[in-house]
Design a protein around this ligand. Structure first.
Ligand code: GRF
Length: 193
């Protein structure tokens, strides 16, 4: 696969657990000529991830790992990544925490998208907590992954206004729309030749 500049595209794996709307938007982006990446593999910890349907639709190789034995699972995933010549990992709604050992194998090559304006609201239930604290804004962040949860270097953020009527659900929807734009922009920023 060759990008618009004529250079070879970077082979990426996307890790998902749920709906996979970011996965879908990343596939669409990667299919553009200007994209520096090609998505060659999707990995999920959950066989019932709705997002896995996009693997079928867009003909992307998929692998599911149950993560019951984390150390062994990560070993298997690293093998799979190597076999598919993957050089970057894009976490997109992936609900498992990767070990330091795993992350060290892809140092500076793992990105994540998080639905808050980090460093605020790391972890789960970000929208509920932001509304409860009467925040005026929330948003999303694309960042590098390090061994500390949601704490790696920030690449890009997008702010979203919280209205008085917003519920965690409506806010999540508004932020997701921005996530789908932000992740591709962050990839362009980091990996564009
Ligand atoms: C997104 O809000 C993402 O930021 C968070 O989990 C959600 C995943 O949504 N980490 P989807 O599976 O991409 O639709």
């Amino acid at each position: 696969m060759v990008s618009s500049t004529g250079s070879k595209k970077i082979r990426a794996a996307v890790f998902i657990s749920g709906n996979g709307s970011n996965f879908k938007s990343l596939i669409k982006f990667s299919n553009l000529k200007k994209s520096p990446i090609v998505i060659s593999l999707v990995i999920s910890n959950n066989l019932n991830s709705k997002g896995l349907k996009y693997a079928k639709i867009f003909k992307i190789k998929k692998k599911v790992f149950d993560f019951k034995k984390k150390k062994l699972t990560e070993k298997k995933i690293l093998f799979e990544l190597k076999r598919n010549k993957i050089s970057i990992i894009l976490l997109a709604g992936f609900m498992r925490i990767l070990s330091k050992n795993f992350i060290d194998n892809f140092d500076g090559k793992i990105l994540n998208i998080h639905p808050s304006l980090l460093p605020k609201y790391k972890g789960l239930n970000t929208h509920k907590r932001a509304i409860r604290n009467r925040e005026k804004f929330s948003g999303c962040t694309v960042h590098f992954v390090n061994a500390k949860l949601d704490s790696g270097k920030i690449i890009l953020q997008k702010r979203v206004i919280i209205n008085k009527k917003d519920t965690p659900n409506t806010l999540a929807k508004k932020i997701l729309i921005q996530e789908h734009k932000l992740y591709p922009r962050a990839i362009m920023k980091i990996f564009n030749p």
